[in-house]
Design a protein around this ligand. Structure first.
Ligand code: GLU
Length: 510
């Protein structure tokens, strides 16, 4: 029978999730859904010293925001739970015992001081087949000595015993077969008596096996751990059901040299976290994509392209289209440059394609904050007129405030250029024309005003720019008659009146 695809996203709750972690989760999701499989969230919280309160809730909220839902998770539960490693302590203990009993692992009592001493004594010291004979462990001590040390309360660790000179094959869907000689590996600690917890490596492998994970898709920084994980699978007798690996390319600095870090974000002014994060200890605030005004669709599309491409020119993909198109064959081995301009480009695209009514709903809280109380019908119309000019919802205000509040001052440069001695008279005539207009539709305004300009042999640019200055306060905005259509005849006339009575007339500005 074909095995059901099961993948997991396995973050450690040590702080806010990095945007690279979100990319990892996304690729897991895409692959799982494409294969009709399950997407699981497992919290790897065995390193109690690095645990940060709030980090797990942050992770959950991130995926709620992005609309990537887990089939099994700590919050949702599932038949393979618990999904927090801190709640699985007893499970790991059994496997530690199995490894010790079979001789695949051993107990070591070396204190940090003893290890330090060895490091200064032996160049490039590593705890392995070449050195373990010289250390204080269950291989060099008698069974009786070992037992009495444990009984006497000595702290110890359990180390995996790596036999030298064996080929370890990591079968990676992106990198192909990676062969590593076991001699380079050290006897990693897999369990600590001090907190009675396994280390990341053992817990990770045990859970992947017990949760029947078929594909381990994770960041490239975990590639060096993969041979050890393969070794652990082998030592536990699970080689047959070992998952396949995919180590995703690094996210690189915008300049392309080196790994993307939080400092790059601070330096170049973009977030490296999906959501805003307040450090529970220092109170420091780090910006997030959500709070910076990015739409989830834009972030998903942007992240999908950091390490994968469809092999065509197509750049815009819905989540469902990504699920269809994704493949490891088209994932790159080399790092992906993080270009936030591209994220902005995607955001602009998704704003343009969002229905005006949805955008208006996103804009409404900003309007409220500005003290504007406008009917949604008007907001919707305004948004439709200015959205092509913005990358973010919050920029809508700058582009449209004049629809909601009359100018209180007038741009000086435009005034100097456009408000001439004859302008007030012309504007009064224009007011008369508009006042008498029964059909105030943009089309009718346009034909009537243009005819009037022609009949009087006015200069179109001079009239229209003065008109705009009076209504908008400066020389910007969408098509003039769309603005007057939205604000209405009364308001248009009121603004013209205000400009005519308050703007100084300069005699010398021809
Ligand atoms: N807990 C590891 C992390 O924080 C998991 C790595 C893996 O996916 O195996 O990324």
């Amino acid at each position: 029978m074909h095995q059901k695809t099961r993948v997991r996203f396995a973050p450690s709750p040590t702080g806010p999730l990095h945007i690279g972690g979100v990319r990892t989760a996304l690729y897991n999701y895409l692959y799982a859904k494409q294969q009709g499989g399950d997407f699981i969230l497992r919290i790897e919280d065995t390193d109690t010293t690095r645990f940060v309160p709030g980090a797990e809730a942050y992770i959950q909220e991130t995926f709620n925001w992005l609309g990537l839902s887990f089939d099994e998770s700590p919050a949702k539960g599932g038949t393979y739970g618990p999904y927090r490693q801190s709640e699985r302590r007893d499970i790991y203990k059994g496997y530690v015992k199995q490894l010790l009993d079979s001789g695949a692992a051993y107990i070591a009592f070396d204190t940090p001081e003893e290890l330090e001493a060895k490091r200064s004594e032996i160049a490039n010291f590593q705890y392995d087949a070449s050195t373990r004979e010289k250390m204080r462990n269950s291989l060099t001590l008698s069974d009786g000595e070992t037992q009495s040390l444990i009984d006497g309360g000595s702290q110890y660790v359990v180390r995996i015993r790596i036999d030298p000179d064996r080929d370890i094959i990591v079968n990676d869907m992106i990198r192909g077969e990676v062969v590593i000689n076991s001699t380079v590996l050290d006897d990693k600690v897999i369990y600590k008596s001090s907190d009675e917890l396994p280390t990341y490596h053992l817990a990770n492998v045990v859970d992947d096996h017990l949760m029947e994970i078929t594909h381990v898709i994770r960041g490239e920084e975990w590639l060096p751990s993969a041979p050890l994980h393969v070794w652990l699978y082998r030592s536990l007798g699970w080689e047959e059901s070992m998952p396949r690996f995919a180590h995703l390319p690094l996210l690189l600095k915008p300049e392309g040299n080196g790994k993307l870090s939080k400092r790059d974000g601070d330096r170049l002014g973009f977030p490296v976290f999906p959501l805003e994060w307040k450090d529970p200890v220092t109170g420091d605030l780090s910006s997030g994509y959500r709070e910076s005004g990015y739409l989830p669709e834009a972030i998903i599309n942007f992240l999908a392209f950091l390490g994968w491409n469809p092999g065509t020119e197509k750049e815009i993909f819905t989540l469902d289209e990504l699920v269809q198109a994704f493949s490891f064959d088209r994932c790159s081995k080399s790092g992906a440059k993080f270009d936030v301009e591209k994220a902005k480009w995607y955001n602009h695209h998704y704003i343009l394609n969002k229905p005006d009514s949805e955008l208006a709903a996103l804009f409404a809280p900003i309007l409220r904050e500005k003290g504007v109380n406008a009917p949604m019908e008007k907001v919707t119309k305004v948004v439709g007129l200015v959205k092509e000019r913005v990358h973010f919802v919050k920029e809508l205000w700058e582009q449209s405030s004049f629809f909601f509040v009359a100018p209180v001052s007038y741009d000086e440069k435009t005034t100097r250029k456009r408000w001439k001695a004859e302008t007030p008279g012309q504007m009064r005539a224009l007011m008369q024309l508009l006042r008498e207009m029964d059909d105030f539709s943009p089309e009718n305004q346009e034909t009537t005003v243009m005819e009037w300009i022609q009949q009087n042999q006015y200069h179109t640019g001079n009239i229209m720019n003065a008109f705009r200055l009076a209504v908008v306060g400066e020389g910007k905005g969408p098509h003039m008659f769309n603005i007057t259509d939205v604000i209405g005849k009364e308001e248009t006339l009121r603004r013209l009146e205000q400009a005519v009575t308050t703007l100084p007339v300069r005699e010398d500005n021809n």
